[in-house]
Design a protein around this ligand. Structure first.
Ligand SMILES: C[C@H](N)CC(=O)CC(=O)O
Ligand SMILES: [Zn+2]
Length: 303
């Protein structure tokens, strides 16, 4: 009997979209981020996707110093693959955004394949009691453009070129898949391409099964067997998007960066809780969870 397909679980432990007043369980301090990452890895995540925050206010912090407060701890306590964000927060400059990945030369770094309107204001209806002024102005801003121009994408690619860092290509719509094809055809990115298709984020593609099929069909047509597919569903769509993709041959991403929830109206108390929930679905489908080394094999990481 053939061995079950290995599914790579990525866990995005804190991000830069959700803010501390939204959930007491959102990791903010370096210790909380390190514990969340190690806990997620122990629960079955092969890859942890990392952002940093100001330990007092929880504001996104993209300085290498902020990352240096938890990266060595994670490396010492876990063999998981580290994926450092180059998205940072949509209000940051591209120079600021790429600095941690350029400094720490991780196995994986995220790369966003296009600009989009970033609709955070939708969360204001859900979360009323915001402690910090920065949370209110950040979330209420209806004019946020998450800028990722061809020049900025190329800047990140060339800045990280010599580091043997491979990318988690974040695609929020089919146009972003075509943008990736453009860089692939120019040899600026190499196969296997780790494509993270993002569903249900206001400003990007929706979270209907047709949207998932549409993104997968487009990626199949553009990249054939040159890519490894993964999905993330924002908010309450997290697990149903993951279940669909796992059944269709894909890999999955969970974590409090993408969703604060463990169920309708129930906040997730840990990132590991979401990893366990998606693992149950994966094993329920007769599939297996990839170890960090199996993920390195599947994605041709430097190790
Ligand atoms: C929807 C996710 N927040 C996308 C993300 O993780 C971007 C990045 O860090 O580069
Ligand atoms: Zn991120």
């Amino acid at each position: 009997m053939a061995s079950p397909r290995k599914v790579i679980i990525t866990c995005a432990v804190t991000g830069a979209i959700h803010t501390p007043s939204m959930s007491p369980y959102l990791p903010v301090t370096p210790e909380e981020i390190a514990d969340a990452a190690v806990g997620a890895a122990e629960a079955g995540a092969a890859i942890v996707h990392l952002h940093a925050r100001n330990p007092e206010t929880g504001e996104p912090d993209q300085t290498p110093e902020a990352f240096a407060r938890f990266l060595p701890v994670i490396k010492q306590r876990s063999g998981c693959v580290v994926n450092i964000t180059t998205g940072g927060a949509p209000t940051m400059s591209i120079e600021e955004r790429v600095r941690p990945a350029a400094t720490f030369r991780p196995e994986v770094a995220s790369l966003n394949l296009g600009s989009l309107n970033f609709g955070l204001f939708g969360m204001l209806d859900r979360f009323k009691d915001l402690k910090h002024e920065w949370e209110r102005s950040y979330l209420a801003n209806k004019d946020i453009i998450f800028r990722n121009t061809f020049g900025q994408i190329e800047y990140i690619l060339t800045t990280c070129a010599g580091n043997d860092t491979r990318f988690e290509f974040e695609c929020y719509d089919t146009a972003h898949l075509y943008n990736l094809k453009y860089f692939f055809d120019r040899g600026l990115v190499k196969a296997p391409l780790f494509i993270q298709t993002v569903f249900g984020l206001q400003g990007g593609i929706g979270s209907h099964p047709d949207d998932v099929l549409h993104m997968k069909r487009t990626a199949d047509r553009l990249f054939g067997d040159q890519y490894r597919w993964s999905v993330l569903g924002a908010g309450r769509n997290q697990l149903n998007i993951a279940a669909m993709a796992a059944a269709m041959g894909g890999n999955v991403r969970v974590g409090l960066e993408d969703s604060l929830w463990a169920g309708p109206g129930r906040l997730a108390e840990t990132n590991a809780e979401q990893v366990r929930a998606v693992r149950q679905i994966i094993e329920g489908l007769g599939l297996a969870v990839a170890t960090p080394d199996e993920a390195r094999e599947i994605l041709s990481l430097k190790g």
